[in-house]
Design a protein around this ligand. Structure first.
Ligand code: MRU
Ligand code: ZN
Length: 216
């Protein structure tokens, strides 16, 4: 099927949305050393007619330039001739869109998400029990325990994708890469941001809890 290319208006709107999120996350120190990447979907998931706007690879995400974003297709390939390279991790975005129908996907590296992903690697998931911010993930059961999946962090991104396919839990809007960072998503940028903030709160909570208790 031939996909409709996004219109100029859709593209400008998607880039403006990414810019706003990028600026906020940068102010929190969430893009150290050019790490992190962001995307928003443009078009209709149900009709399988969409593309997405994604951050260009290797850019300093604490500044704004005219070369910060580009539009890619569902295989992660630029839809227009450009010298920009999409994020090196675009294939993870394509797989998350395919599996979830999300409207936005945000990836950041933080000390807390990196440490807990390594600390709980033997379980392949970070367990979190009965912390109020679990509700920020739209999970409302009382005293619930959630397990946030962790996948391997291979240098070759295509090797990570099958683990994402296998381990992604439709109830949990995020997945950790071991000693690397978190991918969080939502129906739109507002929800993806709420999920990411909730995850980061939970990771700091778990880290401090483990430290207090001194054991797994
Ligand atoms: C420079 S450290 C981070 C990268 O290796 C990568 O993990 C990352 O998050 C950013 O890659 P990018 O290609 O800029 O989207
Ligand atoms: Zn990364």
């Amino acid at each position: 099927m031939a996909y409709q290319n996004v219109t100029l208006e859709q593209k400008q709107q998607a880039f403006a949305e990414l810019r706003e999120v990028k600026e906020l996350f940068a102010s929190r120190g969430w893009f150290p050393g050019t790490s992190g990447n962001l995307s928003v979907r443009v078009g209709d998931y149900a009709a399988n007619d969409f593309q997405f706007a994604v951050t260009a690879s290797g850019k300093d995400k604490t500044v704004h330039t005219p070369e910060d974003y580009l539009i890619v297709d569902q295989d992660g390939k630029p839809v227009e001739a450009t010298t920009l390279r999409p994020s090196a991790e675009t294939l993870i975005h394509t797989e998350i869109y395919r599996l979830t129908g999300a409207g936005a996907i945000f990836h950041i590296h933080s000390i807390y998400n990196s440490i807990v992903s390594e600390w709980f690697w033997d379980r392949k998931a970070v367990p979190v029990k009965a912390v109020e911010l679990i509700k920020g993930l739209n999970i409302w059961e009382e005293d619930v325990q959630i397990d946030i999946p962790i996948v391997s962090n291979f240098a070759e991104i295509p090797r990570i994708v099958p683990e994402v396919t296998e381990r992604l839990d439709p109830k949990i809007p995020g997945i950790l890469l071991r000693n690397h960072g978190i991918y969080a998503w939502g129906a739109n940028a507002f929800e993806a941001k709420r999920h990411l903030e909730s995850f980061e709160f939970l990771f700091e909570y778990v880290y401090r809890w483990e430290l207090l208790n001194g054991k797994k």
